[in-house]
Write a protein that binds this ligand. Sequence first.
Ligand code: CA
Ligand code: CA
Length: 523
Amino acid sequence: MKTKYCVLALVLPLVAAIGVAAEKSDLIMFGGDASRNFVTDEKDPPMEWDLKSGMNIKWVAELGSQTYAGPIFYDGKIFVGTNNEALKNPKLKGDRGNVMAFDAGTGEFLWQSAHPKLGAGRVNDWPLQGVCSTPAVENGVVYYVSNRAEVIAADVDGFLDGENDGPFKKEGEMGMVRKEIVPKGTPSSETMERRFLPKTGKTDEDILWKYDLIGELDVFPHNLAAGSPLIVGDIVYVITGQGVDEGHFNVPVPLAPSFVALNKKTGELVWESAIPGDDVLHGSWSNPSYGVFGGKPQVLFPGGDGWLYAYEPKTGELIWKFDMNPKDSKWELGGRGTRNNVISMAVVYDGIAYIGVGQDPEHGEGDGNLWAIDPAGKTGDITKSAVVWHVGGDDFHRTMSSASIHDGVMYIADLSGFVYALDLKTGKRLWRYDTFAAIWGSTFYADGKIYIGDEDGDIAVLAAGRDGGENDEGKLLYETNMGTSVYTTPILHDGVMYVASRTKLFAIQTGAMWKPKPKKKGS
Ligand SMILES: [Ca+2]
Ligand SMILES: [Ca+2]
């Protein structure tokens, strides 16, 4: 990583001297960029592939037993958030939260974080869920939120570059190990001692800085801190997971922030906001987006109370708020009510923000609300004044998915398994495709096709566009099964599609042929 900084240091003064525009950012994040629109300009994505025959499968890599974050492509590497059940490092045992880096060309495992679980247990760090934060990556740095509610900046090259980079040098953890000198006759109960164990091996994570949201800000993540960072300029924004206690009625630390902004270079706190305080219904599990509305840059934070909040990016001053639930809706414990919180992200397109509400998927299906919001020039409570259109009730159910917007059409899925194509200007339904399985991930648009994964493990390839074919049920071009649930959203880079199922990472490329390695004798 040092090499990269040295090259940058050489290039930047030259760029400044000849007056070329600002440094080109290689920033990539969940949804692609800060608008969170799941769309690519790339052409010729893979149209069909098959696991059984290996057709068009380039490689397959093993993940943990639950995978919810990523994949993200950056500079020849793929990053995924998963759990520790693959035991890539046999010395790091037990349930952990892992970000794994793979070689995008070969699928070779490169390095991983392996964060132990929080001592508080399931109320703050649910078993086996791993890291649920899809990393943002820029200028050789991976940013994500760990299962321990730490915002982490790590070197994309880990320790494979032979350097321990960044101000943070104490990679490691406390653990029980056998004492180096054990005199004969020592009772077995006294042969072990608690010691700091460095994690600076080739497959370990090289941390540059980390910011502990619990230790520094008293955040109380409900079940898991799962925020995927947003980066704009020098600031990294995250939603903290802040939520209710185990009894599900009280927010134990209402003054702790739901939204934070940190300096991406140093990890120092820039600002924090404790809105919505006591009003968090369950947990704060969405992710921020960024847009310019009426000439005014704004960061949009979907809150744990089902409101959307807009902040001035540098100061954290609240600009407006919008209630994403009808006023007569009610929150009820366990998901029976009509008021929802929010898991999905606002997608910003041509000065309008598009977002749907939903709940913890364990709360089951229910009526949802999907909004097109025009906040230009507005401040304060803009719930009434900013609505462009709204779809709700039985026409749009609870969702965890964010939208893909292309050529006047919005594509979005809901937890009930429907994929909708809506007219972007009016919200009018053009067609609706039924996957017959729960959908957790988002639609992905590439070259006239919509890709969507579901809980049954199917990936459907649908024809994009206004024409939904017979009975407006959508036009299925291809469907294939990935072996187990697909809770994530596919990405495409240089003609290769990367898909993370619950347990495996796939690279899919037209013309490739994958042959599973023969199992060793006796295994
Ligand atoms: Ca390094
Ligand atoms: Ca380091």
